[in-house]
Design a protein around this ligand. Structure first.
Ligand code: ATP
Ligand code: MG
Length: 414
């Protein structure tokens, strides 16, 4: 067959069969576990006013400078396909008037995100994220709880063995200012060895250099000063509180002073779950504290913390894809049995049994189809069975067969 000239757009992929089941399992598990922690699910729009992102993700972040899908709609409004979920959640908190009541709000979300990236394994232009946000909580316990929930989800998915939690603190405003000065001094001394991009960052946001993927930058970053010496007492105490609660929750972690996160809105806690099983795309879940974001959206000060995880990356780490459901195939033999077969298949479905009836074909063709579907059992109804109100129930794994009254089929197959 010739290759059709219409292909999926670059960096997008279809979710079909096993891949869909992996994907669905990840989201379903995250939904179930986050609910145990009191997160309620929100769904916010897939596109937003461009300012929702441009204002908040930071003018020097990769996402804003290079990756956004931004366009003018027919009415001349600038809209952007959401590159991440946190900004939309904060916007929703504000525009729905939820900033004063019932805080903290604990929100879970799942859905597609869009970034104009160079596609490669684990990196797409349309990908999916799950995420948890605690909005309106200034306590380190919120940071620890949100992280514990993310860890719990990975455990429930059976992928926690290969993933390591790395945490860091970005301190409070004064800590970061002092650290920023130290970083500028350090990098300025070897500015000629920095990549061009990082030289720009040096002026606009030197912290961002720590997150650079450029090999030359990385070599310099290795010896860069860490924030520790510049933390205020309050920031140190906060960080200690997060670690204490993580210990209490039984979440193992490793401190990594290089973690700064790709978006500009973070303060205090920053963390990533990383694995060496996905090549270059090793971060599966990432997040931190974003105390100023709701204010940027026009709301009151609302300290918040959260994470997002890539569903595709989590899916790739799953040991095995969840099995497809194995149907029961109902097979009429002869015209007279057709109607009874429809009754039978429908009462099986009503009883919660996955059941199929072929649209046409003789016994042989229908048995072939049942095997292709991976059916676990066949319910065969011919003239003789019809007359007696029974069916032949064939166990397709064991190869055994027995006569079962039609009325008892569902109970036998549940
Ligand atoms: P990276 O450093 O890999 O570019 P990031 O810092 O841009 O990641 P975040 O914005 O923190 O990523 O998004 C959280 C998670 O979403 C990532 O850890 C990853 O699992 C997933 N993710 C981000 N971008 C993509 C993408 N283009 N394709 C697939 N998954 C992605
Ligand atoms: Mg990125």
């Amino acid at each position: 067959m010739a290759k059709p000239d219409l292909q999926p757009a670059r960096g997008t992929h279809d979710l079909i069969g096993e891949e869909f089941r992996r994907h669905h399992h990840v989201i379903d598990t995250a939904r179930r576990i986050s609910a145990l922690y009191g997160f309620e699910e929100w769904a916010t729009p897939i596109f937003e006013d461009t300012r929702v992102f441009a204002r908040t993700l930071g003018e020097t972040s990769d996402v804003v400078t290079k990756e956004m899908y931004t366009f003018e709609d027919r009415g001349g409004e600038s809209v952007t396909l959401r590159p991440e979920g946190t900004a939309g959640a904060c916007r929703a908190l504000v525009t729905n008037g939820l900033t004063q009541t019932n805080l903290p709000r604990k929100v879970f979300y799942a859905g597609p995100m869009f970034r104009y990236e160079r596609p490669q394994k684990g990196r797409y232009r349309q990908f999916h994220q799950i995420g948890c946000e605690v909005m309106g909580a200034a306590e380190p316990l919120a940071d620890a709880e949100v992280i514990a929930c993310g860890w719990h989800i990975q455990q429930a998915l059976g992928i926690d063995q290969g993933a390591v939690l790395e945490i860091n603190t970005l301190g409070d405003g004064p800590s970061r200012e002092a650290y920023r000065a130290a970083l500028v001094a350090y990098f300025q001394a070897s500015a000629d060895r920095l990549s061009e991009e990082s030289r720009t960052r040096l002026e606009k946001n030197p912290l961002r250099i720590l997150d650079s993927k450029d090999a030359g930058d990385k070599a310099l970053v290795a010896d860069a000063p860490t924030i520790e010496a510049h933390l205020t007492e309050a920031a140190s105490a906060f960080y200690a509180g997060v670690k204490r609660a993580l210990d209490r929750f039984g979440v193992p972690y490793r401190e990594n002073p290089r973690i700064v996160r790709g978006l500009d809105y973070y303060s205090h806690t920053a963390f990533e779950f990383v694995t060496d099983r996905l090549g270059a795309q090793g971060t599966v879940m990432a997040g931190g504290r974003y105390d100023g974001l709701v204010e940027e959206m026009g709301g009151p000060p609302t300290p918040s913390v959260g994470w997002a995880a890539g569903v595709e990356r989590l899916s790739m780490l799953l040991e095995a894809a969840p099995a497809a459901p194995r149907p029961v195939a109902v097979i009429p033999v002869g015209e007279a049995a057709e109607a009874a077969a429809l009754d039978a298949v429908q009462s099986l479905r009503r009883a919660g049994v996955v059941a199929e009836v072929g649209y046409k074909g003789n016994l042989k063709r229908r048995m072939e189809r049942a095997n292709r579907l991976g059916a676990r059992a066949a319910v065969i109804i011919g003239d003789e069975e019809l007359a007696e109100g029974v069916a032949q129930l064939r166990d397709l794994d064991a190869g055994t067969q027995e006569r079962v009254p039609l009325a008892e089929l569902a109970a036998r197959l549940i």
